[in-house]
Design a binder for this molecule. Structure first.
Ligand code: PFF
Length: 450
C-alpha cells in the first residue's frame, strides 16, 4: 500500500483537509435544499429529526468513511478492494465503492442545474432589477427561469465545464486557497441575512416554525427525507469523504476534524433556515413551495436592504463557490477511478465523466418545463434522481461503510487509525449497531417494506 501514497498527493495540513471536507459538505444542500425540505416536511419536527440523524448516524459514519479512505489511500473502489483483502473478506465489498461513484455522478447531474440557477441570480441581482421587488414579482422571475430550458441549458453547461476544468487540474492548489476565503465569506453573508431576518415581522413565526417541533406534522417519509438530507449535507455514503480521507496525513485526528466539519455544516444549514423562514412568513408565502424557496425569498430581503444589489451579487457568488467545491467532491470518485483503474489521463477522465453527467443533467433541466408532465411513481425526473440518490443510495452506501468499519475491519486496525481513547468504544458500538439498524429501519419503513 505504501507506494500508493506517492501516486496520491496529500493535503498540506489538517487545516487543508478541514477546509476541503467543509467545502464538500457545505453546498447547495445547506442553503438551497435544507430550507425547502424543512418547509415541505413540517418545519421544527423535521429539523429535530435531522439534527438527531446528524449526531447519531452521520458523525459516526463520517468518521468511519474518512478512516477507510485514509487506510486505503486510493479511489473508493480500490480502497474497498484492498481493505477487504487486508481484512481477509471477499472482493464483493468493492461494489460499495461502485455505488458511491454512481451516486456522486447522479447527484452532480442535477446539482449542476441548480448551481446554474444561482449563477443566473448573480446576473439578476447585478442588474438592479431586484431592488424593492415584491413577493409576486420574485415568484414570477423564478417561474420564468424554471420554464426556460434554454437558459438553464446554458448555465448548466457553464457550471459543468467550470467544475471539470478545476477537477482536471488535481485536487489541491487553487481549490485549497479558494475555500479558505469563500467559506468564511459565506458564513458572514448568512449572518448578515439573519440580522435582516431578526428585524423582519416574520421573525417570531419563522423561528417557531423552524425550532418548535410538532411531531404530528411528520410521517415515515419525512423521517427518511431528514435522514437522507443528513447524508447528503455531510456528503456521506458515496466515497467523497473517503477520497478526501485518502489524502489525509497520518498524524491528524480523524474524529476531531470530522466533528468540526459536521458542526460547521449543520450551523450553515440552520443559519440559512433562520434567514429564510422569517421572509416567508412576513410576505405571506408558503413554506411548502419547494426547490424555488431561496430564489423566491432572498431577493425580497436583498431588495429591501441598503446596498442590497451588491450583497445579493456577493451572496449568489458565494453560493456558486459553495456549489462548485461540492461538485468537485461529487465527481472526484468517478474521475479518480477512471484515471487510476482505466489508465485514462486525468483530462480524458474529466472529459468523459463530465460530458455524460452533463447529458444526464438535461433530464433535470427539462423536468421543470418540457417534461414536467412525465412522472414515474409520482415524481418527475429531477425528483426521481434526487429521491433515489439522497434517500436510497447514500443511506445504503452509509450502511455498507458502517458494516465494513464495524464488523469487517479488524478492531486493532480501526483503533490504531482513530486514536480516540475511551470514545472509541462508543463509536464502535454506534457503528456496529445503532447506525446500520437505524438507517435500515427508516429506509425500509418509508418505502413500505416494514
Ligand atoms: N454536501 C453537499 C451539499 O450539501 O450541497 C452535496 C454533496 C457533496 C453530497 C459531496 C455528497 C457528496 F459526496
Amino acid at each position: 500500500m505504501t507506494d500508493q501514497r506517492f501516486l496520491h498527493n496529500q493535503w498540506s495540513s489538517r487545516l487543508a483537509f478541514v477546509l476541503a471536507a467543509s467545502g464538500s459538505a457545505i453546498g447547495l444542500g445547506n442553503i438551497w435544499k435544507f430550507p425547502y425540505l424543512a418547509g415541505e416536511n413540517g418545519g421544527g419536527a423535521f429539523v429535530a429529526v435531522y439534527l438527531l440523524c446528524v449526531a447519531a448516524i452521520g458523525i459516526p459514519i463520517m468518521i468511519a468513511e474518512t478512516m477507510l479512505g485514509r487506510r486505503g489511500r486510493q479511489n473508493p473502489i480500490n480502497t474497498m478492494l484492498s481493505l477487504a483483502q487486508e481484512a481477509k473478506a471477499g472482493p464483493a465489498w468493492h461494489y460499495a465503492g461502485w455505488l458511491g461513484v454512481l451516486s456522486g455522478f447522479l447527484i452532480l447531474s442535477y446539482y449542476s442545474v441548480i448551481a446554474g440557477w444561482s449563477m443566473v441570480y448573480i446576473l439578476k441581482m447585478n442588474s438592479g432589477y431586484m431592488s424593492h421587488i415584491s413577493a409576486e414579482t420574485a415568484a414570477r422571475v423564478f417561474d420564468d427561469l424554471k420554464s426556460a430550458p434554454e437558459i438553464q441549458f446554458i448555465w448548466h453547461t457553464v457550471f459543468m465545464a467550470a467544475t471539470m476544468l478545476i477537477v482536471s487540474r488535481g485536487v489541491s492548489g487553487g481549490l485549497e486557497r479558494a475555500t479558505r476565503f469563500m467559506m468564511p465569506g459565506l458564513f458572514i453573508m448568512l449572518i448578515l441575512l439573519d440580522g435582516y431576518a431578526m428585524s423582519s415581522d416574520g421573525f417570531g413565526q419563522g423561528m417557531s416554525f423552524l425550532f418548535k417541533p410538532d411531531f404530528s406534522r411528520i410521517n415515515g417519509e419525512s423521517v427518511l427525507v431528514a435522514m437522507g438530507q443528513a447524508f447528503f449535507s455531510l456528503g456521506l455514503g458515496m466515497g467523497a469523504i473517503m477520497i478526501y480521507g485518502s489524502y489525509l496525513p497520518d498524524h491528524v485526528s480523524i474524529s476531531r476534524s470530522t466533528i468540526f466539519v459536521a458542526s460547521a455544516d449543520t450551523l450553515v444549514a440552520l443559519l440559512a433556515g433562520v434567514a429564510i423562514f422569517p421572509i416567508v412568513f412576513a410576505n405571506h408565502l408558503e413554506p411548502t413551495m419547494g426547490p424555488g424557496l431561496i430564489f423566491q425569498t432572498l431577493p425580497i430581503a436583498f431588495g429591501q436592504m441598503p446596498g442590497g444589489s451588491l450583497f445579493g451579487v456577493l451572496f449568489f457568488v458565494l453560493v456558486f463557490f459553495a456549489a462548485i467545491t461540492s461538485a468537485i467532491a461529487l465527481i472526484e470518485p468517478a474521475v479518480a477511478w477512471l484515471s487510476e483503474n482505466q489508465a485514462m489521463s486525468r483530462e480524458k477522465a474529466c472529459l468523459w465523466s463530465g460530458l455524460s453527467c452533463w447529458l444526464l443533467g438535461l433530464g433535470t433541466v427539462f423536468s421543470f418545463n418540457l417534461w414536467s408532465g412525465n412522472t414515474w411513481f409520482g415524481k418527475n425526473f429531477f425528483e426521481l434522481v434526487d429521491f433515489l440518490t439522497a434517500n436510497i443510495m447514500l443511506p445504503v452506501g452509509g450502511i455498507l461503510v458502517a458494516l465494513f468499519a464495524g464488523w469487517i475491519m479488524r478492531r486493532e486496525t480501526s483503533e490504531t487509525e482513530l486514536e480516540m481513547g475511551s470514545a472509541y468504544n462508543y463509536w464502535r458500538f454506534t457503528i456496529r449497531y445503532v447506525s446500520p439498524l437505524a438507517v435500515a429501519l427508516v429506509t425500509l419503513s418509508a418505502v413500505g417494506v416494514i
